[in-house]
Design a protein around this ligand. Structure first.
Ligand SMILES: [Zn+2]
Length: 373
């Protein structure tokens, strides 16, 4: 088989194009990246995924002759991708529907007018009702597509923070996906969920708006059974189901975030940073925590499993680390009444184990390097 045939075959899979140049928008380092055209445009450096750009967020930026220069509306504003390969350029032009949008003058003016109006309306509402109530009332009105955009934006930031330290042991990934899918069905959550385990010593797990669930190896290693971990993940799913991220962001972000949300334009760098910080730094309200616990307890009971082990895992984390400025207890503090409720809801298991022993061992070992050969 000639080299050319191999390339053409691979291109149909959406894999091999000539490398492109990527600037991450923070440093001026040139990254030579491989393009993977799958569900998103994925950028990989030395085989490690470093960014994932949704096609609908791709925009043409000014480029030199013969070069396609792209930015991504849900990524940092200065991030750029330069593509020289004509076949890759054509593939991307076919998939990116809004490549040429946001360049025209009249659309721009219309948007500014709309923004100003929205800002005024928001200020009036906030003055009359106060921010918490506005957040409460507005959250259910915001379409899921905005939430998914927020999620995609946050996911790009999370990926760059963890620098591709995804744990990719296939059996472990399958076990985690199974656990999350079982919980999703038990909870009757409609939204499809994605999962990722990351190699980090921080004991944490979090869900992004739009339904991506991250588990950090530090928490996984502290868990002694699937039920312990399942309860914590179900609690995170509770926050997704109740759209707590979105409510909190509206509450804290105030007028500018609100107007951005209303018009689907969440592209400013301030917003990107704000979304990411909100995910990591902010505690939910006491009420949101109680609701997420109730969701977790109901889900575990529906599957015939006890929610009590969740409390055991969280208090083990408390015992091991003195300070909780980072990790799961910073954003979801384990108060005495939360702990007492989980104990009260303890039941003898009536449903099947959520993972087999082998699956649990595979999950626990997901971040271990596999022996060569
Ligand atoms: Zn929580």
């Amino acid at each position: 088989m000639s080299g050319e045939t191999a390339l053409a075959a691979a291109t149909q899979d959406g894999k091999a194009h000539q490398p492109a140049i990527y600037f991450d928008g923070i440093t001026n380092r040139r990254h030579v990246v491989e393009l993977r055209l799958g569900a998103n445009l994925d950028l990989a450096e030395d085989g490690v995924a470093i960014a994932s750009w949704p096609y609908e967020d791709l925009r043409a930026a000014d480029g030199g002759h013969g070069t396609l220069r792209l930015r991504c509306a849900s990524s940092l504003p200065l991030a750029r991708l330069e593509i020289f390969d004509p076949a890759a350029q054509a593939d991307i032009r076919n998939r990116a529907r809004f490549l040429e949008s946001e360049r025209g003058g009249s659309a721009q003016t219309g948007r500014i007018v709309a923004w100003s109006l929205a800002a005024i309306v928001s200020i009036v509402l906030i003055v009359i009702y106060g921010m918490p109530l506005v957040a409460e009332r507005l959250t259910p009105l915001i379409p899921l597509s905005f939430e998914r955009r927020l999620g995609a934006m946050a996911d790009n930031q999370v990926r760059s923070i963890f620098g591709g330290r995804t744990c990719s042991n296939a059996e472990g990934q399958a076990a985690f996906a199974k656990l999350v899918e079982t919980l999703r069905q038990g909870s009757h959550l409609e939204m499809p969920l994605q999962t990722e385990v990351v190699s980090s010593r921080i004991a944490n797990a979090f869900a992004l708006p739009g339904g991506k669930i991250y588990l950090l190896n530090g928490l996984l290693q502290k868990a002694q059974s699937p039920d312990e971990l399942a309860g914590v993940i179900a609690h995170e799913m509770g926050h997704v189901s109740h759209r707590d991220h979105l409510r909190m962001m509206i509450h804290r972000g105030g007028v500018s975030f609100l107007t951005g949300l209303l018009f689907g334009d969440v592209t400013g760098s301030g917003v990107v940073i704000f979304v990411t910080r909100s995910l990591f730094e902010v505690s939910y309200t006491r009420e949101a925590e109680q609701n997420a616990d109730a969701f977790a307890i109901e889900t575990m009971h529906a599957l015939g499993r006890s929610p009590a082990p969740m409390g055991d895992l969280l208090s083990r984390v408390t015992g091991a680390e003195g300070n909780h400025t980072i990790g799961i207890l910073a954003t979801h503090p384990l108060t005495e009444d939360r702990r007492a409720l989980m104990r009260r809801e303890d039941r003898a298991p009536t449903g099947p184990a959520l993972l087999s022993d082998d699956e649990w061992q595979a999950l626990k070992a997901i971040c271990e390097l596999r022996p060569a050969g």
